[in-house]
Design a protein around this ligand. Sequence first.
Ligand code: 2HA
Ligand code: ZN
Length: 270
Amino acid sequence: MKNILDYKVLKEVADIIDRMYLLGWDERNGGNVSYLLDEEELKEYLDLNKVLRTYPLNFDASEVKGRYFLATGTGKYFRNTKNDPETNLGIFRVSEDGLNAELIWGYKDGGKSTSETYAHLMCHIQRLRVDPNHHVVIHSHPTCTLAMTHILPNDEKIFTKELWKVMTECIVVFPEGIGLLPWMQCGTYEIGVATAEKMVDRRLVVWGLHGIYGVGETIDEAFGLIETVEKAADVWLKYRQFKEINTISDENLKGIAKFYGGVPRKGYLD
Ligand code: 2HA
Ligand code: ZN
């Protein structure tokens, strides 16, 4: 059996968590990451018949029964993850009835998966319906994106268009727009449902006064979405206090999207 600490997915997840911490986006235990694993690959590293313990998921996740997830632990600090993955991360399987997590590895100090497990699993379920190659859900508290939600109204069209107009790259990276939820209690079943609903045709959802969710087939994709939003939010905050004399017009945005083959969200540029 190979050493799980050499598993490239685990290394990639630990690396991105460390990077997000260093970017200042994930203070203390803020943020969480989960990754849908490939069973055949995982078998090379762990005995999948050996369940360490189980804990309730408190909702019906049977759509992903038997699937394996690597996820950050509840209350665990991003800062500590790379140095001690076995305490700060865990790998669990969703039980056959969909109601429990069966821990296969990790959460060494008796912990369990992130307080946002509802939202993570619901986003995985939703994205798998529209993208069979989906794997990654990242939740983070990026500074400038979060600041923007204090200033703009709770309107996802306005939020998206402000960012599209900051820099040419935005409509290339997220032509489908960004979902935006007003402030809601985090960690709840309800915020999970609301987030997953927005993920039907989007890969980014901002939680007002809290943070962001990004999803993707790879870490590069999910992280790339979030870093593009955060970069644009940073630039937006830098110029919004000045008189803007140049901007990307709606016509320009349509042209950029067309050039790169993206379809801008319906109703945003019409
Ligand atoms: O505590 O980010 O949303 C981790 C979180 C909750
Ligand atoms: Zn959070």
